[in-house]
Every structure is written in C-alpha cells, then in structure tokens.
Design a protein around this ligand. Sequence first.
Ligand code: NOJ
Length: 560
Amino acid sequence: MNNASDSWWRSAVIYQVYIRSFADGDGDGTGDIAGLRSRLPYLADLGVDAVWITPWYPSPLADGGYDVSDYRGIHPAFGTLADAREMIAEAHGLGLRVILDIVPNHTSDRHTWFRQALAAPPGSPGSPGSPGSPGSPGSPARERYIFRDGRGEDGSLPPNDWHAAFGGPAWTRTADGQWYLHLFAPEQPDLNWDNPEVHAEFESILRFWFDLGVDGFRIDVAHGMAKDPALPDLGLPEFSVLTGPGQDDHPHWDRDGVHDIFREWRAVADGYPDRRVFVAEAHVRPGRLAGYLREDELHTAFNFDFLKCPLEAGPLREVIDRSITELAAVGAPATWVLSNHDETRHVTRYGRARTGVQATFRDRRLPTDRALGTRRARAAALLMLALPGGAYLYQGEELGLYEVEDLPEDALQDPVWERSGHTVRGRDGCRVPLPWTGDAPPFGFGPPGTVPWLPQPADFTSLTAEAGRADPASMLRLYRHALLLRRTDPGLRGEEFHWLDSPDGTLLFERGPGLLCAVNLSARPLPLPDARDPLLASGPLDSDGLLPPDTTAWLQRRTA
Ligand code: NOJ
C-alpha cells in the first residue's frame, strides 16, 4: 500500500470512480468492473491511495445506482461478484485500498422489502407486534419504510409538506391509498431507521463487504437517516439539503438519532483486525460535522464548505481554519474536495465571474472562460493537495475535464431533468464518460464502436489520458507530480500547518519544516518568499520570478 500504517486514512488521497463513466470493458456503453480493472495501473501510477466506487449494486438506475435493489450483489451491466472480488484483490496488489458506497437512507422501489411493503396490507396505527412509531400504520412489512395515511377527508393530501430533492412532494400515494416518504425520487423510498430490523440488515451488509475485503464505505445521505416520527410540517417553499437558520430540530436532517447508528457501524468496523473506515456525505451547518467524527463514530467526512467556497483568499482561509480547528477538537483530520458526481466540475465553476457559483441543480448555463477556469483549477489542486488531511479527487479532474453543458436534451438521464419538468438539466454534465485515448469518441472509454451512455464532446481529444501523459504542461502531469511529492516529501506528510503573513488576496502557509505553499488569488504578481525555484507550480513564474495571479507554488524554504 502507498501508505501502509493504520492511520493511512488520515492523509489519504481517494479517487472517486463513477463506475458508469470510468471505463467500459465490454462495449455496451456503460462503464464496468472489467473497465475499472484495466485502468487500475493508471490509478496506481497517478499516485492515489484508494478508490471510492459509486454504487455498483443491482439497481434500476433511476438515480444512477443510488437506488439499490440488492445490497449484496453487482449490477449485471457492471459485472459479477466474482469480478468484484478479483478487482478488490488486484487493487490491493497495486497498493490501492477500496471504498464502496453504501446507501442506507433509502432503497430502490424494486428492493424485495419495498415490494413486500406494497403487497402487505396497510395495517392500522399501533397494531400489535409492530415496532409502532407514533402515527405509523403498523403493518410489519411497511414498518421498514415510512408509510402514512394522507391528510384531508379522503386522505388524498400528502401526510406533510416535505419536498423531494429532485422536485415535487416527498410523498407518493400507493394503490391502496397510503403514502410513502421519499426524500429523493419516488423510486427511492426512505427506510425507517426506528426499526431494529433495518439496523440488523445494514450491519449484515457491512459485514458482507468487509468480509470480501473492502476497506471502507462512503455513506450516502448520512445526515438524513433519522426522522422525527411525528413528521411535522416544515413550512418551507422548496427542498433544501441543509437545515435553515433557526431549525435546530429539523425533522429529517442532521438529527441526533443518526449518531446511534454510526456508533453501531463503528463497532462493526472496529471488529476487523485491520483498519476499516467510513466517510460521511453529511451536508450540515458549520459546527455540526465534528459530531459525526467523534472517536466512536465515523472517521472522516466530505468538506463541502471547501468545495462550495469561492476561490478567493479570505473565504478560503476562513473555511480552512474552521475545518481544521473544528475537527481537531474531536481528533479527526480535515478532508478537502473540489468536485464530485453531483456538482458542476470545478474547471467550469472557476471559469465563471463569481467563482463560488456552482449549485448544479439550479444553475443555468453561465458565461464561462475555460482557460481561466483551468488555470484556477490547477492552482486550486495544488492548494488542496498541500493542506493537511485527506483529499478526494473526482475522476477526470486530473485530466482537466470541464462540465459538459450542452448535452442534447434527449440524452439527459439525471432524474432531476424529468422531476423538474425539464427546467433543471441536473448532474449529467459532470458524468460524461472519460476520454482515455485517441481523437474521436469513444476516446478509448470502450472498445472501438462503443457508444457511451452520454455523448462525449469532440474536443475531449486534447484532454485524454494519453494526451495528458505526453504533455509536460498537462493537468495530468501536474496531479502526478503533486501526488508524488505528497508521498515522498517529509514536509507534506505530517499534519503540521500554520499561516504566514502574505499580501491581501494571497495565501501562504507552512507545512512540515520549511515546506511552503503560496497561492496567488489577487490581481497582482506575488513575490515568493524565497528566490529558489519552486518544487512545483501550477503555472510558470513570470519573467521577474514572481508568482502570477491564479497560480500556486510549493517551495522549500532556504535554511539560513
Ligand atoms: C447523494 C449522492 O451523491 C447523489 O448522487 C444521490 O442522488 C443522492 N445522494 C441520493 O442518494
């Protein structure tokens, strides 16, 4: 392994594989395990410590696999369990750890449990033998989910006013008149975590994959599993992924009940002799994340504040300080992330006039300067990879991929597109299959003749992995060099970090002894603290040896 100690996860660089779009081994247009296996050497060579694979389980793919119909299998389009086993062994052989995605807030509506729930009679409130949440209908099969009678004289109104993430109400009515809750698409019914059977099932799922050798899990919607059983109205005009001001007791986000679940999961992970880890996808307000990372809960969490921060010195410094300080209080490392499969790719975000604007779901196409975005993305990558803690890379960012904003409407597959009545295009633009080689689609994504599930733009030619390998000034070469230094330079290995004075609009910090990172986000060139050549810079210094705007450099301070 690249980082063999028990605390590897504290500084790991974890590469997100969105499996449908990574590499297609069999030419059906969808990425798969065979494709991933063929590209594992590329990932080892890139220098990451682990891969996180987005859901690869059997699924109708109503939400790209975040609608799981069988948590112990592999979607036939992705391969078989035997393929998964071999992939895990091969990854380990190359020094890469493997993290899976677990989706515990909801199942697919095709999951056996949900089919049983629909087939079961509604039951009556508080019927004997049911776990009996207040106001719940009582039928044991329905008690695994959140079914309720509707409001209004004939029950034709949803049980409350909650909204679903992808548009519309968070409730769908069944043929017999009851309603079920889904915070996401109707094909993703929410599980009832007040039911001990749900706890037991997920513990067994964790063990299934841990026994197969996986090193950890990314937990989907970790802040959403506990619901207020009274299901009170929210009184909000639309869905929000966060709790709002004054909503300390939000009925479905960030409730204290989630911590009991994570303590149970931690005990399962700690029952294995070698370290197994969790990373939370938890969208919570500042100050709340540390609660998820207490010693007996999860190991790390995505830092969405960093991802959403404008690329400006002041706000970045504030987010970095807050992240490190808040998490240090519970002994957890910070993590850093710039992109994922839900957000507009950062080359595009940073190419916009206001660099923080990036709320994918609501974004209209905004004017973008891609050359500027790419320059800033390079600067941001060196900033991120110099910070203490872990980092998450989203497939393709190392190639400099941008958001594909002009996908034809009939190609769009994100449920957001349909659920918004074709007003919000959704997240497909960051999920376009990767370009590996060649000068025309499928760009080596699959064998010749493959038609990728989302069309690739013609100008991916200059962004293939092959082109990146050949060009010393490419994004790929920058990432490889940065990851190599991160692994080998003692200054970048520990958790030491402190700020040094620098002009407005710039950031300057020191990691281990003498290792400096200078980030120039001002409009003026920045004199570097040392005349010596940088170890690495995101772009060339100017003719006076100054660091130009939108550029980051790593430097070894000269000792006196
Ligand atoms: C977060 C995932 O990242 C996203 O892709 C998915 O749509 C929702 N959770 C629902 O599972």
